[in-house]
Design a protein around this ligand. Structure first.
Ligand SMILES: NC(=O)c1ccc[n+]([C@@H]2O[C@H](COP(=O)([O-])OP(=O)(O)OC[C@H]3O[C@@H](n4cnc5c(N)ncnc54)[C@H](OP(=O)(O)O)[C@@H]3O)[C@@H](O)[C@H]2O)c1
Length: 403
């Protein structure tokens, strides 16, 4: 079938891969090909064209169906079609221009996400980033395919899709206050919000975003900064299916490894309810690991032996890397990886959700107390893992393990 596609399709469609290297094999082997349709004339590059050997008539017809679907859709962005083993997405800009992506927030999480988005996102133009401290953005962007925006207004006004990941509810509310009031408005833009915030805050953000004529996708993420750097985050998406399809090409294979999709649930807050509930597991894990390592040391078993068990039973889970953060002394650091303030905020949100839902979270209550002690001892440089130091002290051991 190679070379026999209609010329209009050849001009208007091009296939964009989340894993370019697989393009050199065959179309049949591609796991999640993403077809991006834009109304500008974009001919296939030779390497793309040569690899497009559609194995069946059905595969051949998919780009055409998507193209027509996108072309006649009223929404700015559309659409996806799924076969059992392959998923195709279409992004189309009804203004006929290229799709511009922006990312707001260059924290521990944002750094990894931005790196992967700019390096693997197959972007039409350099990623635009904004961070409260502009100097940080400039240092980070040097030598990369990234443009630093001097203001939120500048980043949002130039972009069609706007990702954000900042510390907490107040921070993101402040960002949206500015973003949604830019001159010219935000009609037709898609906002994807990745911070961990209270579900009610997310509901409010969705309300004001939609009132301003834009689409909103709640997209909190699971995974430590190392997972963000490795492009291995798990996204939880909630919002309209069309809006989620718009951001989908930038998730799995770019910034993440999996999406837990709650699309078309009328309550976008559920994505955050899942995120907050999930973080009670992380808090419980750090508590349990800290207690276990303290007991291992006090009982004479030794933390090395306890870690052998962690590796054997939980080797493929976050337990092992978190255990290693304790045994290597990485629970005391100048720049926290999961800042105590953020962990305390997550615990607070979980306890508040539990209260309004008529239940209790005893483990999270204990973790919240330990986090308060961490903050007292270490200030803002405290990390979620510093709970280990608090438990060590409670057992008569020094906060810092000198080994
Ligand atoms: N760290 C983790 O393991 C982890 C995992 C999953 C999800 N999360 C969630 O992801 C979000 C970001 O976490 P992180 O670890 O990247 O945090 P972080 O390293 O502390 O970075 C926070 C980011 O928010 C910005 N910020 C803070 N206050 C602001 C304000 N008032 N207005 C605008 N921007 C503001 C900071 O800007 P400056 O650089 O100017 O300070 C920075 O870019 C949080 O909601 C967190 O709960 C974290």
């Amino acid at each position: 079938m190679k070379g026999s596609r209609p010329s209009s399709l050849k001009l208007d469609c091009y296939i964009r891969q989340q894993a370019r290297r697989t393009l050199t094999t065959s179309f049949r082997n591609l796991l999640r090909p993403t077809i991006v349709v834009s109304s500008r004339n974009h001919s296939l590059t030779p390497s793309f064209r040569d690899s497009l050997a559609y194995p069946t008539g059905f595969d051949y017809i998919i780009p055409l169906v998507l193209y027509l679907q996108a072309r006649f859709s009223k929404s700015l962005y559309t659409s996806s079609i799924t076969k059992p083993d392959q998923e195709y997405n279409v992004t189309i800009s009804n203004s006929g221009k290229m799709v511009q992506v922006a990312f707001l927030g260059l924290g521990n999480m944002g750094q990894g996400m931005i790196h992967n988005l700019s390096a693997k996102g197959n972007l039409d133009s350099p990623l635009i980033i904004w961070n409260r401290s502009t100097k940080k953005s400039e240092a980070f962007a040097a030598g990369k395919n990234i443009t630093v925006a001097p203001s939120i207004e500048d980043a949002v006004s130039k972009s069609d899709i706007i990702f954000s990941c900042v510390s907490n509810d107040d921070a993101i509310t402040g960002v949206y206050d500015i973003a949604l009031k830019i001159p010219g408005g935000v009609k037709g833009k898609v906002f994807s919000e990745c911070s961990t915030i209270h579900p009610d805050t997310t509901r409010q953000l969705e309300k004001v975003t939609k009132a301003a004529g834009a689409e909103f996708v709640a997209s909190p993420v699971f995974g430590a900064p190392a997972a963000a750097a490795a492009g291995a985050l798990i996204f939880v998406t909630s919002g309209s299916k069309a809006a989620i399809d718009t951001i989908r090409p930038y998730l799995v294979g770019v910034m993440g490894r999996q999406v837990i999709d709650l699309s078309d649930d009328p309550d976008v807050g559920k994505a955050l309810t899942l995120k907050i509930t999930g973080n009670t597991i992380i808090l419980g894990m750090v508590e349990a690991l800290s207690e276990g390592h303290v007991l291992a040391e006090k009982s004479g078993l030794g933390t090395e032996n306890f870690e052998k068990f962690i590796a054997a039973l939980f080797g493929q889970s976050p337990y092992l890397p978190y255990s290693k953060r304790l045994t290597t002394g990485d629970y005391v650091r100048e720049q926290p990886l999961f800042a105590v303030d953020l962990a305390a905020k997550d615990a607070r949100h979980a306890l508040s959700l539990a209260k309004t839902s008529g239940t209790t979270l005893p483990v999270t209550e204990i973790a919240a107390k330990h986090l308060a002690s961490v903050k007292e001892e270490m200030g803002v440089s405290g990390d979620i893992t510093s709970i280990y130091g608090i438990l060590r002290e409670a057992a008569g051991l020094p906060f810092i393990d000198k080994k």
